[in-house]
Write a protein that binds this ligand. Structure first.
Ligand code: PMP
Length: 430
């Protein structure tokens, strides 16, 4: 496989862009290589600047549930472009989108559109603080909620991949207001709540974590958080930027039956366009300006092109339950196939899986929190990643990320991924 053009572009990029990339994990540094520069994508494939094709397991970090350049979304965008790109004024589509989202996501009675997952989570905790009149928040070690100051404490995803879970540049004051607990540890949460009586505005978490690799909530964990929040008047926020409209139409909250007070959503609701949203109970959302005093705004919020893409995508998902059956089946087939391959080779790595998301951790210990995830052999992960890439499979370039399945994956693609995984295991063992 030649990657000459990507290498040239990366060398040039490093002169003009910090680290040569606009988002850290893309740099492939954790897997010891140079990033591939992508020229186009269609269906299940990514195509790079050297003409190599890769079967996709990242799907723009989640949103391309229907595969790349889906015709419906493409047409919606092409039609919308004829009508102008941005007005900074309300549109019919925003109302229709809000109506659609509130009809699908159990916790959301009112919703505000923003431009990224980061904006959604930053805004949501501001609203929770404004609503409760309290300053502190609880987050979980290894969860990632975008790059807002409050969240760059024990953060997952690229922050841990690059060894900066607590980022310089975040003031002590902000850091002091973020309390952290190990994921799946209800007792630790209770201890924090007891020690900070009447001071905690919200608990925010990924109901299934994607950002320390995939970690599932333990039996009773989400229910326990719900009870603590109800008792203490704390706002429970599910960050469903990755899991919303993916693990079930209404997000993981629909699947697990625990309803948060607020929900943050991201890239999926823009069909891949730059979009985020936060929503929740009416009485909480009515604190947001101009209905209430908590300020939050955006020139490009509810952008007509992004709304057109999102509306096409969400309408399709809403009307086609078979999408969820399909990605669930592929998730099961892929993960059981990888397990079978490991068994044949006498390997016992931990494979965590929920629906259409999974992570293979290079450790034989169960992974239920950040400490467990960190026991993975990241160098071995890097070897496996490169062995898969060489065989045309594009995985997330870090141990601390999840893989995402789209409906564009056919049974044949699945067989190719499984063959590649068998050969890659053999290669890294050799
Ligand atoms: N929350 C979660 C759970 C995420 O996974 C991400 C990004 N992957 C974000 C928030 C931030 O979203 P964005 O990158 O769009 O700012």
């Amino acid at each position: 496989m030649t990657t000459k053009n990507s290498q040239e572009l990366f060398d040039k990029a490093k002169n003009y862009i910090p680290g040569g990339v606009n988002s850290p994990v893309r740099a492939f540094r954790a897997v010891g290589g140079n990033p591939l520069f992508i020229k186009s994508a269609k269906g299940a494939y990514l195509y790079d600047e050297d003409g190599n094709a890769f079967i996709e397991l990242i799907n723009s970090w989640g949103p391309m549930i229907l595969g790349h350049a889906n015709e419906l979304v493409e047409k919606a965008v092409a039609d919308a472009i004829q009508l102008g790109f941005s007005y900074g004024a309300p549109t019919r589509r925003e109302v229709e989108m809000a109506e659609l989202i509130t009809s699908i996501v159990p916790s959301v009675e009112k919703v505000r559109m923003v431009n990224s997952g980061t904006e959604a989570t930053m805004s949501a905790i501001r609203v929770a603080r404004g609503y409760t009149g309290r300053d502190k928040i609880i987050k979980f070690e290894g969860c990632y909620h975008g790059h807002g100051d409050s969240f760059l404490i024990a953060a997952g995803s690229g922050a841990i991949t690059f060894g900066h879970p607590d980022s310089p540049g975040v003031t002590k004051g902000v850091a002091n207001d973020t309390l952290t607990a190990p994921y799946n540890d209800l007792a630790a949460v209770q201890t924090l709540v007891d020690a900070n009586q009447g001071q905690i505005a919200c608990i925010i978490l990924e109901p299934v974590v994607g950002n320390m690799g995939l970690v599932k909530p333990a039996e009773g964990f989400l229910e326990g958080l719900r009870q603590i929040c109800d008792k203490e008047g704390i706002v429970l926020i599910f960050d469903e930027v990755m899991t919303g409209f993916r693990l079930a139409k209404g997000g993981f909250q629909e699947r697990c039956g625990v309803t948060p007070d607020m929900t943050t959503m991201g890239k999926i609701i823009g069909g891949g366009m730059p979009v985020g949203a936060y929503g929740g109970k009416k009485e909480i959302m009515d604190c947001v300006s101009p209905a209430g005093p908590v300020y939050q705004a955006g020139t490009l919020s509810g952008n007509p092109i992004a709304m057109a893409a999102g509306q096409a995508m969400l309408t399709y998902l809403n009307e086609h339950p078979e999408v969820y059956e399909r990605i669930e089946t592929v998730g099961n087939t892929l993960t059981s196939g990888i397990r079978a391959n490991m068994q044949k080779l006498g390997l016992n790595y931990t494979l965590n899986h929920v629906g259409s998301m999974f992570t293979l951790f290079f450790t034989d210990k169960p992974v239920n929190n950040f400490e467990d995830a960190k026991s993975s052999d990241t160098a071995l992960f890097g070897k496996f990643f490169n062995a898969m890439l060489k065989r045309g499979i594009y995985m997330a370039p870090s141990q601390y990320e999840a893989m995402f399945i789209s409906t564009a994956l056919t049974d044949e693609h699945v067989a190719q991924i499984l063959d590649a995984s068998y050969e890659s295991f053999q290669e890294i063992l050799a």
